[in-house]
Design a protein around this ligand. Structure first.
Ligand code: KG4
Ligand code: ZN
Length: 340
């Protein structure tokens, strides 16, 4: 095989996005994501519907990724797929598809940890984006996770803090539900937050020791606050929606930044990266930018299309593992609770 020309097909199916990407020597040639609108009506992901939609989407999505990359599948060097963590039924679709395709093409199969991929997305070759030097801190903030990770090397990572209950994305999505917003509510709260007053309402921040997070209390606090206010004025949410969104966002960003500051102080590391769906948030992005001059940090914010679930991040892990000849055995199994 020509080691100068590594073509990796990445496949992601851990939750409710079916995604495929083709990468050439660490550069993205195509990055295709098919979302699943079927869950909107339920205000959250319905696992059975997700795996069914993955089954329908996976062939056309992979086909489209190869087409946009303008390569033939016979040129592929290896196939990388998300092994976990995620929803079992969803992971199984990507895993079995990747296995049979690799077997059919007689090329290596590479298993990828989804959370590692959110972090290693920073190593995609992309103009205008620098790769963080080791060690750096990565805060992964998504619908399923909230972690601060000390990254010593590509494949040497230590979780130094994480949520003890809800993930930050859940805090966004559940608050959005209380405000009558669609699912997922994160992007909508972010949009409305820009139009509202972040100091309009005060929500109390959780008191959790060390570098761990908690978001379930915030959600309950918001619920009681809305119930109380609507008793006094049934139109309260309607009238104040943007201010409520801005205040929630302000509180969440303070919680995240407080822990990041503590992590940087404790470890002495000033190279700080974020990843995961919530790193698309405009508030957290500007808070990080401000922290550069305030605390002397160098920050790494992923390109927008690599924040929410995508297969380019799976392909870059595939590329890095390919360089180390780190391949999966043919009996590799999807693992819904895979740890970093
Ligand atoms: O990483 P991701 O696509 O899927 C998981 O692995 O969970 O993250 C999805 C989460 C959802 O909770 C969504 O509401 C949140 O990311 N999200 C945002 C924004 N865009 C997506 N949260 C806040 N602001 C945003 N702009
Ligand atoms: Zn994710």
């Amino acid at each position: 095989m020509d080691s100068q020309n590594i073509y990796i097909l990445g496949i992601e199916s851990s939750c409710d996005d079916t995604a495929a990407a083709v990468m050439h020597n660490g550069r993205v040639l195509s990055n295709v994501v098919a979302g699943q609108s079927v869950h909107e009506a339920y205000g959250g992901v319905v696992p059975e519907l997700a795996s069914r939609a993955h089954q329908q989407n996976i062939v056309p999505v992979v086909h489209e990724a190869l087409k946009r990359a303008n390569i033939d599948k016979s040129q592929l060097s290896a196939i990388a797929f998300t092994r976990g963590p995620g929803l079992m039924g969803s992971l199984l679709v990507g895993t079995s598809f990747a296995k049979s395709m690799a077997l059919g093409l007689d090329i290596p199969l590479i298993d990828v940890n989804h959370m590692q991929a959110h972090i290693l997305a920073h190593f995609i070759d992309e103009e205008g984006f620098n790769k963080p030097p080791f060690p750096f801190l990565a805060m992964t903030i998504s619908g399923g996770h909230t972690q601060i990770v000390r990254v010593n090397d590509h494949f040497n990572m230590e979780i130094i803090g994480e949520t003890i209950d809800d993930a930050v994305g859940e805090a966004y999505d559940k608050s959005g539900k209380l405000l009558g917003l669609g699912y997922p509510a994160g992007p909508e709260i972010d949009k409305r937050a820009k139009l509202g007053n972040p100091k309009a309402f005060i929500f109390s921040k959780p008191k959790v020791d060390g570098l761990n997070f908690s978001f379930s209390g915030l959600k309950t606090g918001i619920l009681y606050f809305i119930q109380e206010q609507t008793k006094k004025d049934p139109d309260f949410v309607e009238i104040n929606r943007n201010d409520i969104c801005a205040s929630i966002q302000h509180t969440i960003i303070e919680i995240l930044m407080d822990k990041l500051k503590l992590a940087s102080k404790q470890t002495g590391i000033k190279h700080i990266a974020i990843g995961g769906g919530v790193s698309a948030n405009s508030g957290i992005r500007s808070a990080l930018k401000e922290a550069e001059s305030k605390y002397g940090w160098t920050t790494y914010i992923p390109k927008f299309e690599f924040t929410t679930d995508n297969a380019a991040m799976i392909a870059i892990v595939g590329h890095l593992k390919f360089l180390q000849n780190d391949f999966a055995p043919t009996d590799v199994a999807a693992t819904s609770r895979l740890r970093l």
